[in-house]
Design a protein around this ligand. Sequence first.
Ligand code: NAD
Ligand code: TYD
Length: 358
Amino acid sequence: MRTYLVTGGAGFIGSNYIHYMFDKYGDEIRIINVDALTYAGNLENLSDIEGRDNYEFIKADICDREAIEKIFAENEIDRVVHFAAESHVDRSIRNPEVFVQTNVLGTLVMLNCAKKAWELEDGSFKSGKRFLHVSTDEVYGSLEEDGSYFYETTPYDPHSPYSASKASSDMVVKSYIDTYHFPANITNCSNNYGAYQFPEKLIPLIINNTLCGKKLPVYGDGKNVRDWLYVMDHAKAIDMVCEKAQPGEKYNIGGHNEKQNIEIIKTIIDTIAEMLPDSDPRKAHVNYDLITYVTDRKGHDRRYAIAPDKIRSEIGWEPETAFKDGIRLTIQWYFEHQDWMQHVTSGDYQKYYEEMYR
Ligand code: NAD
Ligand code: TYD
């Protein structure tokens, strides 16, 4: 039975990945989820999982070397799937320090603990071990609106403190691959959307505000482009890379689904209007009048677009969920989990929202 150490499993992508893995492998695997439960971590995302015998949650900070070392000492870990990070660009612009702390130093702690546990006397590593570092396409910087793409060979050119911290963490992982032949892989994925995403990010924020009849803040001219991937397709890609990739390889993951922000916002409004029954009183305010252009994000990257050619040809992965289906599934999930939204938007979220959008 393989044992996975998942970091950041109480967050958006991590919790979807844990669901994906138990749906796929059932009792054949064991997962230990280590998460510090920051504002973005929510055990409610895993309430249907917590009773499983082959699942364990450990509350710990990835920067806490002793706590992480203890997990490796007490368990024979086969796979590390490293999601834990500060992940929101706007927060990184306001408070960069914690991004360097968690994303760079935390990754270093994870690498050192895995290296210590897996390294043999001759400097090689126990066979079959794998460390997957989950990263972002934002490390590559910003593309022009000219149809070019990010490839694995595209030079890093991060602009926000978030993307700079992720780029730095990728470099540290790469240095362990190059120096020690440490068995790691790096994946750089485009923007994800789906269930359990915290409503500071564009899609859940727009869904929630539309349902509440609140203004929909569009940064700048609304024409920035992101390449949106359904989160379960990302979870599948991560699993396939863990099982099929050669150690040391790096893969871009993307949906070939480029959309301007304003298109996304209009699609969400249209889809919600279509999905709400006529008897629902919220239907009266679901229209484009909610759209409000606001001051642009500082250093706002214009366009991201992934070329997923390498993962397709070497690993056999392709995005499976069309955006029109994925966005309906996502909106349906938020319809059915209004209580989840109420819990995460009470308390600190209000303060964040007022400071960010006042
Ligand atoms: P998230 O913010 O929803 O979740 C992050 C999780 O990490 C939370 O559960 C949080 O509690 C935990 N965490 C934060 N700091 C920690 C620390 N010091 N110690 C332990 N746990 C800590 O993020 P997400 O959107 O799920 O992203 C997960 C990973 O995927 C990140 O590394 C991110 O850079 C990357 N990524 C995200 C996207 C996206 O669109 N969301 C796209 C590509 C890559
Ligand atoms: P976001 O979800 O924060 O992801 P990222 O910045 O990592 O790509 O933002 C996606 C896009 O939406 C980005 O171009 C910024 C824009 N945006 C808005 O226009 N309004 C908002 O309120 C938010 C949160 C984002």
